[in-house]
Ligand binder design. Structure first.
Ligand code: SIN
Length: 552
């Protein structure tokens, strides 16, 4: 299929004069410090200098919020072939079998490696404990601290990366754009409150910026998940693909006034049931796997049941499970519910779906190579071929480990082979030092004064628009209407020169929303997480990726 062409409207988010911005040289620059970025950093040859830049504190990554766990075959009755088959079945014809096989086979080694770095996984009878999640035919999800796997894994990784003297960690540092010169990545322009804008010139750059959940009103993602990596890679000329596939997690705590807490799929894996507001189970009528059907099926079933019963949520019921099991497996969820006066052992928990995981992203090959030379990418910011049209539960931390390692190893080998002269300053950046490549605005349509824009109001409006029209169920009328609305906002927000991260984040979100809508309009079928009420069937002729490239 020929790629869709979308104009990013500008090459760089800010204008700058390279002579007036401080410059720093490093061998490898890693943007993003979740499980993927840190795993990549730990794979770099210690003789090289590494800058690991993260927009918040090191402990604030999406990975740290992961509850369920990491999928891997450990049970002797299980087999790699089962994990491959389950991943492929969830992916609905768009997984790359070779990638799936590689990742599945590597899983036990990558998980074991985490234990050697100090991560403590839960045990049962002296063996690694395994739980079940939707779409898995066997118990194969390893977990930690009961239901706080990400927290424990990130604790161990952060401790380790902080001990490496060749890795310079830049916290609270926002990457505005990757820099390109003669069609190659040469590092990035970053900003932080202490130093302002800085050019970080790098022999090799790795993008590990995570996801885009903050596009939606209802999301499990923390505030940092604003699609920055997707947007900066697209502006730099990388191909993106599968952008129509946003995964909605079926069970997000729905209580007015609370943040949208994830209620792990493991809760259903251990026997939790979904009930509507009349107390009736509805999943057995929707899928033979009932509550353990893949996430897209459960999310749609919940939405339909909410419409049918005209109620704002459904309920998760764990009250029939042994109290010791609940206490041991879900201490974190229990604590969150207790804050709202809900007892997991007795009460029904109000839940509904929310945006959870961005399946689409920067196209990478099996070695984490993007279409832009010297730029590698891994984890949620990418489309590697592992997830297809719907990600299998607990395959995402695994992908971060496998591809983070590859990105780090490959970037390291490439940087080792280069002379230091490489970092000599390019005289001219691509798209001539950040003058926007295109300003398609008439005099009547000039950018608004950045200072007068109410960014929170715009973000709320974008979140609602995406939730209502580019959400769990889509149709052509809603998608076309979302396209016009988002383009309208982007016309006056896009060309602005912001000097705060909120402004850059909004610009990134608007660009990525445009890419998602373009891909969702183009896929005139239902497949995996992309459900079109006007095209409810899966069309075998559309079993291919939708690719997106920038104009010009
Ligand atoms: C969960 O615990 O349900 C989330 C795990 C995942 O997203 O894979």
């Amino acid at each position: 299929m020929t790629p869709l062409i979308v104009s990013p409207k500008r090459r760089y988010l800010v204008e700058f004069n390279p002579k007036r911005v401080p410059h720093l040289f490093t061998d490898v620059l890693i943007i993003g410090a979740g499980i993927t970025g840190i795993r990549a950093a730990l794979a770099i040859d210690p003789r090289l200098n590494v800058v690991l830049a993260t927009k918040d504190r090191l402990k604030e990554s999406n990975s740290a919020y992961a509850q369920g766990g990491i999928a891997g075959v450990f049970d002797p009755v299980d087999h790699f072939a089962n994990h491959v088959a389950d991943t492929m079945a969830a992916g609905k014809g768009l997984c790359d079998r070779e990638i799936v096989e590689t990742v599945v086979r590597e899983a036990p080694e990558r998980i074991h490696e985490l234990t050697t770095m100090g991560a403590l996984f839960d045990q049962a009878d002296g063996e690694i404990a395994l739980t079940q999640e939707g779409g898995h035919s066997h118990r194969r999800v390893v977990h930690a601290l009961g239901d706080a796997t990400g927290k424990e894994v990130m604790r161990a990784l952060i401790e380790r990366v902080r001990s490496e003297s060749h890795i310079d960690i830049w916290e609270n540092t926002f990457t505005i754009d990757v820099l390109t010169h003669e069609g190659e990545c040469r590092g990035a322009l970053v900003w932080n409150a202490s130093h302002g804008k800085t050019f970080v010139w790098a022999k090799q750059t790795i993008l590990a910026t995570g996801g885009a959940g903050r596009l939606y009103r209802e999301t499990t993602n923390p505030e940092i998940a604003t699609a920055d990596g997707h947007a900066m890679a697209f502006r730099a000329g990388c191909e993106l693909r599968d952008m129509e596939f946003m995964q909605f997690h079926p069970t997000v705590l729905y209580i007015a006034g609370s943040s949208r807490h994830l209620i792990s799929e493991a809760a259903r894996g251990e026997g939790g049931l979904l009930r509507d507001c009349f107390g009736n189970r509805f999943m057995p009528d929707c899928d033979p796997a009932a509550e353990l059907a893949p996430r897209d099926i459960v999310s749609r079933a919940i939405t339909r049941q909410m419409e049918k019963t005209r109620h704002h949520c459904v309920y998760l019921d764990l009250s029939h499970l042994p109290k010791e099991l609940i206490a041991e497996r879900f201490p974190h969820i229990r604590q969150v519910c207790t804050q709202f006066g809900l007892d997991l052992m007795r009460d029904l928990i109000p839940v509904r779906p929310g945006a959870h995981y961005m399946i689409g992203g920067v196209s990478v090959d099996s070695e984490s190579r993007t279409s832009l030379p010297r730029l590698w990418a891994a984890g949620e910011v990418t489309s590697s071929g592992l997830h297809g049209a719907n990600r299998l539960a607990s395959n995402s931390l695994l992908e971060g480990l496998v591809f983070g390692l590859r990105a780090g190893r490959n970037a390291s080998a490439a940087a080792c082979g280069e002379s230091d002269q490489f970092t000599a300053l390019p005289l001219r950046l691509d798209a001539s030092a950040a003058v926007p490549t295109e300003r398609p605005f008439t005099d009547r349509n000039e950018p608004t004064d950045a200072a007068t824009l109410k960014l929170d109001d715009l973000l709320n409006s974008l979140n609602s628009e995406m939730w209502r029209k580019v959400g769990i169920e889509r149709n052509a009328i809603d998608l076309e209407s979302a396209k016009l609305q988002i383009e309208f906002w982007d016309r006056y927000v896009g060309p602005n020169e912001f000097s705060i991260t909120k402004g850059w984040e909004l610009q990134n979100l608007l660009l990525v929303a445009r890419l998602m809508v373009a891909a969702a309009i183009a896929r005139t079928e239902s497949r995996g997480t992309h459900s079109r009420s006007d095209f409810p069937q899966t069309d075998p002729d559309q079993a291919e990726h939708i690719r997106l490239v920038a104009r010009g």
